[in-house]
Design a protein. Structure first.
Length: 449
């Protein structure tokens, strides 16, 4: 039943192990893995890499390894970004300027390659910018307008006799739409034309101006229609002339939806106000309220206003106006009367014993002389006890000058003084000259004849 020990076979696993361990061919069948080489070592062998000293930065000597961020291949921590990523990926921060506009003006001049105006730069901190007759470059007006856009100090801008082209007027118009602090704009003699005025007044409906001076320009009637259109829409300008009033009157026919035109506190001339109210005789104008409070008018305006309100289609119309200017001329004081009345007052207020009638004094002197020196008048008044100031007598001499003496001394023309005296005091007459006494001839023996 049982076989011999020589017939027992070894386990196959042992044979497998022996085959592997004993067979040399099995190693050749396994694929070989090439040894890996350090790239930094290769670079070091080629002289392209230096491992460094091997020492850490002395800044980090006192710090522990856990607090020092260390790269896997370097001894020193990585360099922080100096701002390259922000410069490439983030938008450039916007510069914030002060409201006075000085820094903005300088930056704009540098950007536009124009020379800044020193007077304008200093004026941005005051209430008045005076650039009349300055010869401002029209290209510089853009920088000026942008600097004034948010300025809250300047109240008056004077650009008299500076050439402003259409582009300069455009930038000024944009500025007037934003800056509400500016109240007076002087653009006299700036050679503004029709298109320039249209760009200048485009935003006037949103603000008010105390003064807009457009005199001595090349605007014409068509140009003023643009200004009149802004006034009809609600713009307030406190100084207008007859030409502007004519343009307003001509624009009323086009403003079909206009019911109220308020020109109060706009010092129009009396003739300009008359032109506007006369236009209301036209039935096609639908204006109901014409308000011109504090606008001085004349008698012709009042008469025309009454006739317009009596029209059948103007019964519901309301017209207001200011003071009525009467047709009279103001009298100018006569210096001759002032001087003579002053001397008469000073001589008449003396004591009763020393009173002197200056009118009679000059009338009597005229009978004897045609001219008299000022020192003689002063001497006579001093003797009479009524001295007056020397400057008063010299002023009278300059008012009634007579011929000069050989030595250059002044004289008083008594003819002119007497004429003025007769006009002022016609009732004052000198006492009649007494007749000479008859001559008495004595006889011999002492008896009178």
């Amino acid at each position: 039943m049982f076989s011999s020990s020589s017939e027992v076979k070894e386990p196959p696993i042992r044979i497998f192990y022996n085959n592997i361990s004993s067979s040399s061919e099995s190693f050749e069948e396994i694929p070989s893995i090439p040894p890996s080489e350090n790239p930094k070592m290769l670079l070091y062998q080629q002289g392209l890499y230096d491992p460094g000293s091997g020492e850490i930065c002395t800044k980090y000597v006192t710090m522990s390894d856990s607090t020092v961020f260390r790269h896997a291949y370097y001894n020193y921590p990585g360099i922080k970004d100096p701002g390259i990523k922000e410069a490439l990926l983030e938008p450039e921060p916007r510069k914030i300027y002060s409201l006075d506009g000085q820094e903005l003006y300088l930056d704009l001049c540098e950007e536009m390659k124009v020379s800044p105006v020193r007077s304008f730069l200093r004026g941005l901190l005051g209430e008045v910018i005076d650039l009349k007759y300055y010869g401002v470059n029209p290209n510089n007006v853009r920088a000026m307008s942008m600097a004034l856009t948010y300025n809250r100090y300047v109240r008056r801008l004077d650009l008299t006799s500076n050439f402003l082209n259409d582009d300069a007027c455009y930038h000024l118009g944009q500025m007037l739409g934003e800056n509400m602090a500016l109240q007076e704009v002087i653009l006299s003699g700036c050679r503004i034309q029709e298109e320039g005025l249209r760009r200048l007044v485009v935003f006037l409906t949103a603000r008010s101006l105390d003064l807009l001076d457009l005199s001595r320009n090349e605007i014409g009637d068509n140009g003023f229609e643009h200004l009149a259109g802004q006034l009809v829409k609600g713009a307030v300008i406190k100084r207008l002339g007859k030409l502007a009033a004519t343009a307003i009157a001509n624009t009323l026919e086009k403003a079909k939806g206009l019911h109220t035109l308020n020109l109060s506190y706009n010092p129009l001339t009396a003739d300009g106000a008359f032109i506007i109210v006369n236009k209301l005789r036209n039935n096609s104008i639908k204006l109901i309220n014409l308000l011109m409070d504090n606008v001085e008018v004349n008698k012709e305006f009042v008469k025309e206003c009454k006739e317009v309100l009596q029209l059948r289609f103007r019964k519901n119309c309301k017209i207001t106006y200011g003071d009525v200017k009467h047709n009279y001329t103001l009298s100018v004081p006569d210096i001759r009367e002032i001087l003579l009345k002053r001397i008469d007052f000073l001589t008449a207020r003396a004591s009763k014993k020393n009173q002197l009638d200056i009118a009679i004094y000059f009338l009597q002197k005229k009978k004897m002389f045609d001219n008299i020196q000022p020192r003689e008048i002063l001497r006579d008044l001093k003797i009479a006890g009524t001295p007056v100031d020397e400057d008063l007598v010299l002023g009278l001499t300059d008012t009634f000058p007579g011929p000069k003496l050989d030595k250059g001394g002044k004289t008083l023309d008594l003819a002119g003084v007497v004429e003025m005296v007769n006009r002022m005091w016609p009732d004052r007459k000198p006492p009649p000259t007494p007749e000479p006494e008859p001559r008495v001839i004595s006889k011999k023996g002492g008896k009178k004849k």
